[in-house]
Design a protein around this ligand. Structure first.
Ligand code: GSH
Length: 236
């Protein structure tokens, strides 16, 4: 029997979403426990002393997620957990066997952090204009193969699981104009992305959003509600 795996997550969190996607793609058994990030339970530091999601307990006895066992391994950081899942499920294809493709997957994950995550959060928080988001998307687009459903090679990998949560939120934010940026900037970014220049990226994004694992794990209504709450004060 495999070891117990409990994921502590928050539905609107793109970092938690990466791990959910990889678990579903690997067809892995797991327990999921949502953490209210606005009212964190006092026991949560036992799972992650930094207080962030995603966090995981692995192994040890099967216990109530609210009473984590000292005997389980505790893990955090979404990209570390993605690699861990690829190691746990070597036949899932989450990481290819070929060393060159493995390096490309890791490079893509690194690039997602630098070129998508780094400019995205300052944009939705209204601190930076969207130009850096577009520059980052151009960089990522340069890594994609025309016509491929996948970030790297011909199989779903942790590179796809890493970027897909951001693609889903990019669509939601640009279609609903939700963010702390000035009114209309979300729509405007969405319009910019319709330019032929971004066609390869947008085709990949479209296919990523059609994937069953994405549909199963992305609760857009919840994200819209949360983002509206988080970004309630915005510049008119
Ligand atoms: N680098 C971390 C980032 C995790 C992160 O920032 N999680 C946010 C939710 S999206 C969180 O837990 N925030 C709660 C807090 O900081 O108190 C990862 O990749 O897992």
């Amino acid at each position: 029997m495999s070891e117990q795996f409990t994921l502590y997550f928050y539905k609107a969190s793109p970092f938690s979403h990466k791990v959910e996607l990889a678990l579903v793609e690997a067809n892995a058994p797991y327990k999921a426990h949502q953490i209210d990030l606005f009212n964190k339970p006092e026991w949560f530091p036992k799972v992650n002393p930094v207080g962030k999601v995603p966090a995981v307990t692995y192994g040890g006895p099967s216990v109530d997620p609210e009473d984590p066992s000292p005997l389980s391994t505790k893990l955090a950081e979404s990209n570390v957990i993605l690699e861990f899942l690829a190691d746990l499920y070597p036949d899932s294809g989450l990481l290819p066997k070929d060393p060159v493709l493995r390096a490309k997957v890791r490079f893509f994950i690194n690039a997602t952090a630098k070129h998508i995550e780094d400019p995205w959060f300052p944009f939705i928080r209204g601190r930076e204009p969207y130009e850096n988001v577009l520059k980052g998307i151009e960089f990522i687009q340069g890594l994609l193969e025309e016509g491929s459903d996948f970030a790297v090679g011909d199989h779903y990998t942790i590179a796809d699981a890493c970027i897909a949560p951001h693609l889903a939120r990019l669509k939601t934010v640009t279609e609903h104009d939700i963010g702390k940026f000035p009114v209309g900037m979300g729509y405007k970014l969405g319009e910019e992305l319709k330019a032929p220049k971004f066609a390869k990226f947008m085709r990949y994004a479209q296919r990523a959003l059609e994937r069953p694992s994405l549909k199963q794990t992305y609760d857009e209504e919840f994200v819209i509600t949360m983002f509206k709450k988080i970004f309630a004060e915005r510049v008119q």
